[in-house]
Design a protein around this ligand. Structure first.
Ligand code: ADE
Ligand code: ZN
Length: 349
């Protein structure tokens, strides 16, 4: 770690907001704000089982992952046309740029849309066009990661991969999301092997609600390069050593964990323990429209709740986000330089 300038504690929130960072765990369907859900429902003539924006927001009282997923899939039902996917991703990227996100690796769930008769071409073209335009207009770099729904079969994942093959130049990797418990990584061994043969990056949600065994499975069977969430790793000392030694990043999402009752409070979150153990942990927003905050809110609220976290940890988390990304080394170095300059700018006189 380079010399980190001394930062007065009262300047920490401004520093957390201003520091350049990469977002590596964002489901684009989870960035659909209630206002946009209603606007798209009107535009597309889709009926929603909620009277208005306020009624929908009131339904965002989750008790676990599944209680959230049920509402999240209902919200995504308003997405029908390429322009809808474009508008959703453009709104997220503009919001992320405001939080000084310089690079985003964005999950999308094609099966949520193809199951409703939306062609995968529509999904990928809309999202990709938003990424291209955001780079030109906002200077933010963005890539897509196709995520398989683990509550569906491996056969369905293979069919989705087949449909996506003509668009291989428009996404950089694959992930695994949706209901974790009862759907271990091993269920997707063959389709992930095929994705690796195709040269795609592979990541997987594991250890959000599921046991450490699911993280072992994601590493040993799927050969995941990053673990999404992974917070349950703390219950397995050998796994913690493995993650630290192999520098397998964890994309941690504190506000998500709070809202889905993975931890009783942010003060009880294990992010400090993960960093203390030398893991390449990062901070991300997961589904910001549903969990009450984008990436800077995740940083600021988590640091406020855990005073043990200091400017050193902030630097480490931003640096980890660049290291953990699938961006070229030259870009990682340039972002690292911007990070250092930002810290010097915020240093106490
Ligand atoms: N899909 C969207 N958000 C998710 C999460 N937190 N876990 C699993 N699947 C998801
Ligand atoms: Zn997620």
């Amino acid at each position: 770690m380079p010399t980190i300038p001394i930062i007065a504690p009262e300047r920490l929130p401004a520093l957390l907001a201003a520091m350049p960072k990469a977002e590596l765990h964002i489901h684009i369907e989870g960035s659909l704000e209630p206002e946009m859900i209603f606007a798209l429902a009107r535009r597309n003539g889709v009926d929603l089982p909620y009277a208005n924006v306020e009624a929908l927001r009131r339904a965002y009282a989750f008790t676990d992952l599944q209680s959230f997923l049920d509402i999240y899939y209902a919200g995504a039902s308003v997405l029908l046309k390429e322009q809808d996917f474009y508008d959703m991703a453009s709104a997220y990227l503009a919001r992320a740029a405001m939080d000084n996100v310089v690079h985003a690796e964005i999950f999308f769930d094609p099966q949520t849309h193809t199951a409703r008769g939306v062609a995968i071409d529509t999904v990928i073209q809309g999202l990709h066009r938003a990424c291209v335009d955001a780079r030109a207009e906002l200077g933010i770099s963005a890539s897509l990661i196709l995520s398989f729904l683990r509550h569906l079969s491996e056969e369905d994942a293979f069919a989705t991969l087949e449909q996506a093959l003509p668009w291989m130049d428009k996404f950089i990797g694959v992930g695994l999301d949706s209901s974790e418990l009862g759907h271990p990584p091993e269920k997707f061994a063959r389709v992930f092997a095929r994705c690796r043969e195709l040269g795609l990056h592979v990541v997987a949600h594991a250890g959000e609600e599921g046991p450490p065994a699911y993280i072992w499975g994601a590493l040993d069977v799927l050969k995941a390069e990053r673990i999404d969430h992974g917070v349950q790793a703390v219950h397995d000392a050998a796994l913690m050593r493995r993650l630290a030694e192999e520098r397998i990043p964890l994309t941690v999402c504190p506000l998500s964990n709070l809202k889905l009752c993975v931890f009783p409070s942010l003060a009880a979150h294990n992010l400090p323990a993960l960093l203390e153990a030398g893991l390449v942990a990062t901070v991300n927003s997961d589904d910001p429209a549903y969990f009450g905050g984008y990436i800077n809110a995740n940083f600021i609220q988590t640091f406020a709740a855990l005073p043990i976290l200091t400017a050193r940890h902030a630097w480490q988390l931003a640096h980890n986000s660049f290291e953990a990304s699938f961006a070229p080394q030259a870009e990682k170095r340039a972002w690292g330089d911007r990070l250092q300059a930002c810290f010097e700018h915020h240093a106490s006189a």
